[in-house]
Ligand binder design. Sequence first.
Ligand SMILES: Cc1cc2nc3c(=O)[nH]c(=O)nc-3n(C[C@H](O)[C@H](O)[C@H](O)COP(=O)(O)OP(=O)(O)OC[C@H]3O[C@@H](n4cnc5c(N)ncnc54)[C@H](O)[C@@H]3O)c2cc1C
Length: 548
Amino acid sequence: MDVETKEKASGNGSSDTKKLDALVIGAGVAGLYQLHLLRKQGLNVRAYDSASDVGGTWYWNRYPGARFDSEAYIYQYLFDEDLYKDWSWSERFPGQPEIERWMQYITDRLDLRKDIQFSTKITEAHYNEDTNRWTVKTDQGETIDTQYLITCCGMLSAPLDKIFPGQDSFKGEIFHTGHWPHEPVDFAGKRVGVIGIGATGIQVIQTIASEAEQLKVFVRTPQYVLPMLNPKYSADDVKAYKARFKEFQEVLPNTFTGFEYDFEVAWEDLTPEERRERLENIYADGSLKLWLASFSEIFFDEEISEEVSEFVREKMRERLKHDPRLCDLLIPKDYGFGTHRVPLEMDYLEAYLRPNVEAVGVRDNPIEAVVPEGLKMADGTVHELDMIIMATGFDAGTGALTRIDIRGREGRSLTEDWGNAIRTTMGLQVHGYPNMFTTAVPLAPSAALCNMTTCLQQQAEWINDCILYMRDQDRTVIEPTAEMEDAWVAHHNETADATLISKTTGWYLGSNVPGKPRCVLSYTGGVGTYRQKCDEVAAGGYQGFAMR
Ligand SMILES: Cc1cc2nc3c(=O)[nH]c(=O)nc-3n(C[C@H](O)[C@H](O)[C@H](O)COP(=O)(O)OP(=O)(O)OC[C@H]3O[C@@H](n4cnc5c(N)ncnc54)[C@H](O)[C@@H]3O)c2cc1C
């Protein structure tokens, strides 16, 4: 294997070229584990992140109210019992500061920091067909020559922060939730506008409603929401979940969504009363279980979807005190429960009942521009604001990579390729881009249809095993065949098309980004099934992946 060397960059006499076996982009959940695994097998590997510290999602999304929707005790690395047990969570769904501290704990325990370069953005990566290696460039002017390029760039890491004309003209403060400042932000005495009521907007709104003098929420697509039950943990609670470590190791990788619960009963096997009782019981659990483990039929059968949707709507109507305007704006009618990302919340709906909070509908009167005083609507109305919070989401799945100039064989561009059609082989590689491995990209389970630590660990392990295998077999180049990729895309699409998710719009299908090819981004065949398929490929000597 290569040892780290420094040699003059060809064609660029001004900088040194660092030589690596593997370069990992990203120091979030995936990147940290990938770095750890590859380093353990003896590779000369280095991770790069544009952030100034580890954490990925949990570094960037430090907005007020940011917290888990996964139970903390399952949003975990499960490869080391001591690592798991030496950290204790304070509550069931902790907030961002605690999660960020946990990621720093992981980093320090695994001694990863020395092999991570922070505050460095990867700007381009070009595959060199003569050397079968990648030439990677950073915004710090460095060039790195690496055999493997491993993208751990995140599914939700490319913020959609430049959406409206005139943003630079705003006289007040403007923030995107995914780029939240490290300094405290004061809402007292301010007229604040929040754009967007996805999972993030909801967390912001419920948190700052009591702090801002006036809060205007600009509402386009209503969301089904579920109340979160978030008990603080006593020492006994912590002991009890830690005692389940082995169970989690067994269970999480094999459920439909990588959570601890799974679909257990069929709709048709229960009477209407029993169904209602089951829904009520699961609703009272205060978790995502109603979505991810009540009845799998909600993803496939329109009638059952409608019945469960109506159950959730009824709960929402009650909490909104049946206010006709609020119910019309905030309760979904035209898509089924669970076909969009379902947020958990705490007193979110009740926030709209406060005198200082106003929901402004933008479905029929969209935001036209940001003006110095605030937001200007299509009908000319101006909402005067001191602060705008853009909870406008991300270019999910593809955005982090298409914002890098990635060139594969024959100079093909990933940005252009994915601009035409979003294709991957099992979300692990892309045909035309040899020796590039990917995590958290489309066509693999993700985006709350998976507890992401479960899925990202599996992907990082698959990549690590694959590279080990290649070294064992004395192979240096790997690329999925066109046939393999065609087959996976066809399987993915067939699986996705059978679900009601495919009949909707929203970021799950990329329709929040103008011009993005329509595609159900997450694999919908289930986390356990996906894992099995990946394992089969590996056990068969990586069939469908050409190696030389
Ligand atoms: C607000 C929010 C809440 C969430 N809650 C949950 C939850 O409860 N449960 C769950 O399972 N999932 C949740 N997710 C999904 C979450 O993204 C994943 O759980 C997980 O943290 C992703 O880890 P990752 O390593 O794949 O990517 P990330 O954590 O996104 O890390 C990617 C890193 O790559 C870096 N990067 C990207 N491009 C470049 C580049 N060109 N150069 C240098 N660095 C680059 C980024 O700076 C970032 O630090 C949430 C996401 C968000 C946004």
